[in-house]
Design a protein around this ligand. Structure first.
Ligand SMILES: Nc1ncnc2c1ncn2[C@@H]1O[C@H](COP(=O)(O)OP(=O)(O)OP(=O)(O)O)[C@@H](O)[C@H]1O
Ligand SMILES: [Mg+2]
Length: 147
């Protein structure tokens, strides 16, 4: 039997900055969007965008300590809004951080493409950050409306 889809839904989760939690964020995004019958491409894009935001919070926000990360997902009909918040070091120059290939980790492990992917794979991306206070990434995507 086909499941009846409610017009709105919301989930929220808080987890510590452990590498293993990237997968939880990515899976959460996939499960949350699944009700909208996304195409494989929509699902992959959405998962990638959310996972880049979560990975950034895990890797960059708390360089020498542990800290909390909060993810929320809101759905109104086919529109999903996601926030990923950390309370870490923040980003001094957001415009620069969002440039393709810009990374502050220069040991070759990162490519500086996270924000570029988030931008490419979502409909809207917005970042607010205060040095020493933390960062919130807002992203939204419309899913399952054909085309
Ligand atoms: N949550 C965050 N807290 C603090 N700094 C951040 C955060 N997210 C991003 N940054 C800064 O912005 C830079 C660019 O981020 P971006 O995701 O584009 O690249 P990256 O994470 O360095 O590399 P990649 O995502 O390709 O592995 C990071 O190197 C980091 O300095
Ligand atoms: Mg990144």
């Amino acid at each position: 039997m086909k499941q009846k889809i409610s017009s709105t839904n919301r989930i929220e989760m808080t987890f510590p900055n452990l590498a293993e939690n990237e997968k939880i964020g990515r899976t959460l995004a996939a499960v949350f969007a699944a009700v909208l019958d996304p195409t494989i491409e929509e699902l992959c894009d959405f998962k990638t965008a959310v996972s880049e935001a979560v990975t950034n919070a895990i890797i960059h926000a708390y360089p020498d300590s542990s800290g909390q990360i909060r993810i929320s997902m809101d759905r109104k009909e086919n529109q999903i809004h996601v926030t990923v918040t950390d309370y870490g070091i923040g980003i001094g120059d957001i415009k620069r951080a969002m440039e393709p290939l810009y990374t502050t980790i220069t040991n070759g492990e990162r490519s500086g493409m996270g924000f570029t992917f988030m931008e490419a794979f979502s409909d809207r991306l917005h970042v607010i950050s205060r040095p020493g206070m933390g960062t919130t990434v807002f992203l939204s995507k419309k899913i399952g409306v054909g085309g």
